[in-house]
Design a protein. Structure first.
Lengths: 283, 256
């Protein structure tokens, strides 16, 4: 706090916010998102069931069809369910990012979003806090999935894998959340959200290394392999895969970091009243 | 709750809200055209206009949901565009649309709002008891918002808007969709805030019967301010018998 401004007989209002107040604001936003998530049991259950269906049914069915050769970070042959687990972890976060996007459009239509946007804190800070809140929720979902997967025999080479994958989950969660936030600024009505499913989630998921290694895609279709290589989802999957195996892939780390900053900057511009798209649409 | 002594109006000479030559367009359609007015602290000002007059656009500009491209808006001297943080922290807002989260309790909604103003949970709870007592809802603190009536939700929104103790309160058609009793309660409560706490209020409405003779009135029609001043003065100047007829005469509309 630097100075005070007397307000007509009321207690003086200090200028600016302290770092403690910034922290309170962040905590409040994370707390609210977490509460909403816990209150919406269907959302929690569906977030858990979706990857488990892939794991229990799809992966079980394909484990005898698809063989995965020894590719980094694996040092031995692995079962197909083990291979697709990082992809399913990223899928949880991608769906959560899009769910956050959906809720932002919903909040905007209902007016709840205004409560956030008229806060006196800087808008970039509010949006980044909301992004962090969504990431916290997505990480809770991933660890809930990993607990179930553990009893299905899927685990990292050592328990440290659960810790080393955490920063990778933070980064990929931020990246998908920022992408969702950017999309939410572009979607005018809730009804348009179906398009996000068709044109964002499914292409990102299937054109990636989530379900099959890129060398196998390369064998089948070189141009598709190129698409997969440029897909940020592929890099999120590989970042998680390596981190779960206590390794790091610098390229994927750089791509995820770059995409996060790019998507977030674009979302902040889109939500800026002076420069964003909301004003041009007259919302 | 202990009431804050009513301050002398305009004690520092800085208006609570100052709108200067503000214009706004959606593409080629002009929603506001050179709008200017002032809301003094401790005054109840009514922004009166039919649907589509530009009230909500103006409201969005004051709250910085939209950027002010032409003209300036100041809250206690702080420019909403250049010094938005300082301007917004002095502002309490009640939107026309419901902005409470129905899945959360009353206290949780208010605590969230407090965090958005940098107020911690303990202080938020203490203040919540005060502001909810003011709107006679202290006993509903733990209830989920979806279990409240429309009037109660509106009162919670007013309590929430007061939590960070703003010296000016903006309400965008706060009585829309409420029954007669709930409407009367809310109008009386907000007038009490002006009287007892010296808060400046800008109340937007299209309902003429919510205006008192002592109010300052800004008549907005098709994006233009047609009249601005004490209600009694507007009536006298227009040569009409009451505000309803004055409004009809100024806007050229026929009211049922």
């Amino acid at each position: 706090m630097t100075a005070t401004t007397p307000e007509l007989g009321r207690p003086a209002i200090a200028r600016g916010f302290t770092s403690a107040q910034y922290w309170i604001c962040l905590q409040g936003i994370v707390w609210r998102e977490s509460l909403r998530f816990l209150h919406q049991r269907e959302r929690f259950i569906s977030a858990l069931v979706r990857p488990l269906v892939w794991l229990f049914i799809f992966a079980a069915g394909f484990r005898s069809v698809l063989g995965v050769s020894i590719i980094p970070p694996y040092q031995t042959y692995i079962l197909y369910p083990v291979y697709i687990t990082p992809g399913l972890m990223a899928m949880i976060q991608l769906f959560n990012g899009m769910q956050s996007s959906l809720s932002m459009v919903y909040d905007r239509e209902l007016g709840n979003m205004r409560t956030l946007l008229v806060s006196p804190f800087p808008r970039w800070y509010l949006l980044t806090s909301k992004l962090l809140a969504g990431t916290v929720v997505s990480i809770l979902q991933v660890y809930a999935y990993l607990i179930v997967a553990y009893f299905w025999g899927i685990e990292p080479p050592s328990l440290w894998g659960y810790a080393t994958v955490f920063p990778a989950l933070v980064l990929s969660g931020l990246m998908f959340g920022a992408l969702g936030m950017l999309l939410s600024s572009l979607i005018k009505q809730l009804e348009n959200f179906a398009g996000v499913m068709n044109f964002v989630i499914f292409p990102m998921f299937f054109a990636s290394s989530a379900l099959y290694p890129l060398w196998r895609v390369q064998q089948g279709s070189p141009w598709l392999a190129t698409v997969c290589w440029f897909n940020p989802f592929t890099h999120a999957v590989e970042l998680i895969r390596f981190a779960f195996w206590q390794q790091i892939t610098p390229l994927s780390l750089a791509v995820c970091l770059g995409c996060t900053l790019l998507f977030l900057a674009a979302a902040i511009i889109a939500y800026d009243p002076a420069r964003g798209m909301l004003i041009r649409r007259g919302e | 709750m202990g009431q804050t002594p009513k301050p002398a109006t305009g004690a520092t000479g800085v208006p609570a809200l100052e709108v200067n030559h503000v214009s706004h367009s959606y593409g080629k359609r002009k929603a506001l055209d050179d709008v200017s007015f002032v809301v003094e602290t401790g005054s109840f000002s009514v922004l009166l206009g039919l649907n589509g007059a530009g009230k909500s656009t103006l409201f969005s500009l004051i709250t910085r949901l939209y950027a002010t491209r032409h003209g300036t808006i100041r809250i206690f001297g702080h420019d909403v565009t250049r010094d938005s943080g300082e301007a917004l922290r002095r502002l309490g807002v009640v939107f026309q649309a419901r902005t409470l989260d129905p899945d959360l309790s009353v206290l949780q909604n208010i605590t969230y709002h407090a965090a958005l103003h940098g107020i911690g949970p303990h202080e938020a709870k203490r203040r919540s008891e005060d502001v909810l007592a003011q709107v006679s809802l202290a006993d509903r603190m733990a209830d989920r918002v979806r279990n409240l009536s429309g009037g109660q939700m509106r009162r919670v929104e007013i309590a929430r808007a007061l939590l960070h103790r703003p010296p000016i309160l903006l309400l965008d058609e706060p009585t829309v969709g409420l029954d007669v009793k709930a409407r009367a309660d809310i109008v009386a409560h907000v007038r009490g805030l002006v009287e007892n706490q010296g808060i400046g209020v800008l109340w937007t409405t299209h309902l003429i019967d919510e205006i008192a003779m002592t109010d300052d009135v800004i008549i907005l029609h098709k994006g233009v301010v047609l009249a601005n001043g004490p209600a009694a003065e507007i009536i006298a100047t227009s040569g009409a018998a009451d505000m309803r007829l004055a409004f009809a005469k100024l806007t050229g509309t026929e009211l049922d």
